[in-house]
Ligand binder design. Sequence first.
Ligand SMILES: Nc1ncnc2c1ncn2[C@@H]1O[C@H](COP(=O)(O)OP(=O)(O)O)[C@@H](O)[C@H]1O
Ligand SMILES: NC(=O)OP(=O)(O)O
Length: 311
Amino acid sequence: MKKIVIALGGNALQDGNKGATAEAQLEIVRETVKHLADIIEDGNTVIITHGNGPQVGRIVIQNEIASDVTPAMPFDVCGAMSQGMIGYHIQQALGDELRKRGIQKPVATVVTQVVVDKKDPAFNNPTKPIGPFYSKEEAAKINEEKGYIMIEDSGRGYRRVIASPEPKRIVELETIKTLLEKDNVVIAVGGGGIPVIEEEGILNGVAAVIDKDLASQRLAEDIDADILIILTAVDNVAINFGNPNQRNLNRVNTQDMRKYVDEGHFAPGSMLPKVLAGIRFVESKPGRKAIITSLQKAKDALKGLSGTIIE
Ligand SMILES: Nc1ncnc2c1ncn2[C@@H]1O[C@H](COP(=O)(O)OP(=O)(O)O)[C@@H](O)[C@H]1O
Ligand SMILES: NC(=O)OP(=O)(O)O
């Protein structure tokens, strides 16, 4: 039996073709949790983390548009809303799936704050894409009207970007540990955690989105997990990605992975944080393993038969 942190990427939460409705999200989450339940059924202790980029961006827009009739919530509160919303769907769907299989395990979402450094250089260099995609013309108009920084996101269109500081400390860590000791399936650090700045013992939320892969690595280390699985849209990490000489990586040691990082094989804002999170986790203690793969290949990857395994 292993202690496994499973980080869910965007495609495990949203289907681009079905739109961003609550029904579409719940439908895809119901499929996602079947794979998670398989891993739980095998006797592993599972902690689930997830992204929130599309969701938090949309919540911010909803708040802005409705601000004539009710005050807009600040960005950190929108982050908390996204954690609650996504956690609720995973908690409900996974609870149903476990009960269907006769597994009596409570599922709990922890609204999680993560301390960041107010001097983090990321605050002066926004990189995390959030919300919907826009055309170049729409993006230019939003930039002019609202001053938001818009960037092209991996050939898929333009998106608003926001600061993404490094996760330093998980505030609710002891609560998460207690729930795990009591055999709960825990959903935590959703959207990388709500970023907060700590000054003289007081926490204050800030407008930022922490990378969920890096926050998941922090959590995995802090709870002494054996394995960090990062689930995304591809079965494997590749070098020369998208080129005719693309090569999928299977088993890799951290030294070779660092070399590939230095050679620029992984796109910042997409594959790079996953690879860095994997390397950091594996190097933090002997025997730890990180896996980057798709939801469909997760179970096989745990058996060493699929995915990119960093050891
Ligand atoms: N070297 C690479 N190997 C594999 N995929 C890569 C690579 N570089 C960039 N990618 C892209 O990164 C994507 C994963 O990043 P992203 O979509 O941001 O993750 P998430 O699933 O967390 O939302 C993959 O689906 C792939 O399109
Ligand atoms: N917080 C975060 O990393 O979200 P995405 O995975 O959706 O980008």
